[in-house]
Ligand binder design. Structure first.
Ligand code: UDP
Length: 336
């Protein structure tokens, strides 16, 4: 379909990791895309690749501030508003916690108002962090979470919870048609090598022979979803005609410890890098795995890319990015 036939999609945070894949997929599916990004954690090279796509445009803007007049001026063309604007890696979102909180609250407010004005559908990318350090396992959407509102993760966790509350109020008041995705750990190409999350850290450390940093004893778990699966889930959620008044978990239920993740990485990267154990960060969740029953039932969605394939692709991409292709094992090339 020609770019633009499905109307204009606003993607706030579109120069970031998931956002850049989403912008590409939306242009391929017939949307014109206007990306808003403050370039705080985005990679400029993500943007350069997107700018070559037909139907893609970019405005540098921080959603904490009222949106640029040039965005509101196009309200008549806007059919979809995706809100992915927020640093998502713990070291990044904790570096400026006030900004993180305001991005979630004020940013969501500005984008909801835009969707209301345009009569467009709105999708909030919320997070598994709304479940905090969960006492229920796996996490279903009905679980209300165990979140600290005083700790260093609160700017993100509570910011996203406030963003959800505001989004569902807009829906209840009939002011916008909304969707809320709770995204679990996602990885893939276009992540920043210095992003600080576990997949990018461990892969880049192994590839470059630097110390491999495992927090605590490495027995904490996460469930890792490849980025193309995540983008497919987000678009299906936006385009589905479901009643949008319930959040939907999106993630890969294949749960593993950080130690198991490291073993998988060491199977595809030839490295002499030493493993060092660092203190466990405060409030770091012990276990995390999505229950994706709702996404399966409502959207017919489930992750398709196995970790072995996704990790091999991501390793090859990082190796290119940081100039360490020699460290890739033959197995990585086969899997990718
Ligand atoms: N982690 C680690 N080494 C690192 C970075 C992270 O062991 O270099 C741990 C982190 O403490 C957490 C898990 O890996 O237990 C996932 O961390 P990440 O920052 O990727 O995301 P989170 O799910 O905590 O937001």
């Amino acid at each position: 379909m020609a770019a633009g036939n499905r109307g204009l999609a606003i993607v706030a945070g579109g120069a970031g990791f998931i956002g850049s894949h989403l912008c590409r997929a939306l242009t391929e599916r017939g949307h014109e895309v206007l990306c808003l990004d403050n370039l705080q954690t985005a990679r400029p090279s993500n943007l350069r690749l997107l700018e070559a796509l037909p139907g893609f445009s970019f405005i540098e803007a921080d959603v904490v501030n009222p949106l640029p007049a040039a965005v509101a001026a196009r309200a008549g063309e806007i059919t979809r508003v995706y809100n992915l604007a927020c640093a998502a890696s713990p070291p990044q979102y904790q570096a400026d916690p006030e900004h993180t909180m305001l991005t979630n609250v004020l940013g969501t407010h500005h984008l909801l108002r835009l969707a209301e004005q345009a009569g467009a559908r709105f999708l909030l990318t919320s997070t598994s962090e709304v479940y905090g350090d969960p006492e229920m396992h796996p996490q279903v959407e009905a679980y209300r979470g165990w979140v600290s509102c005083t700790g260093p993760r609160a700017c993100y966790d509570e910011g996203k919870r406030a963003a959800e509350a505001l989004t569902f109020d807009y829906a209840r008041l009939g002011r916008a048609a909304v969707r809320v995705a709770r995204i679990f750990n996602t990885y893939g190409p276009n992540m920043h090598p210095d992003d600080g999350r576990v997949v990018s850290n461990l892969l880049c450390q192994a590839l470059s022979g630097r110390e491999i940093t495992v927090h605590g004893d490495g027995s904490q778990t996460r469930s890792f979803c490849y980025v193309s699966d995540m983008v497919e889930g987000l678009i299906r959620l936006m385009e589905s005609d479901i009643d949008g008044t319930e959040p939907v978990n999106l993630g890969n239920p294949a749960e593993m410890t950080v130690n198991e993740l490291l073993d998988r990485i060491l199977a595809i990267v030839d490295t002499e890098a030493p493993v060092v154990h660092k203190p466990m960060p405060q409030d770091d969740p012990r276990r995390r795995r999505p229950d994706i029953g709702r996404a399966q039932a409502l959207l017919g969605w489930a992750p398709q890319v196995p970790l072995e394939t996704g990790l091999a692709r991501t390793a090859a991409w990082f190796a290119e990015e940081i100039g360490a292709t020699a460290a890739l094992s033959a197995r990585a090339t086969q899997c990718a």
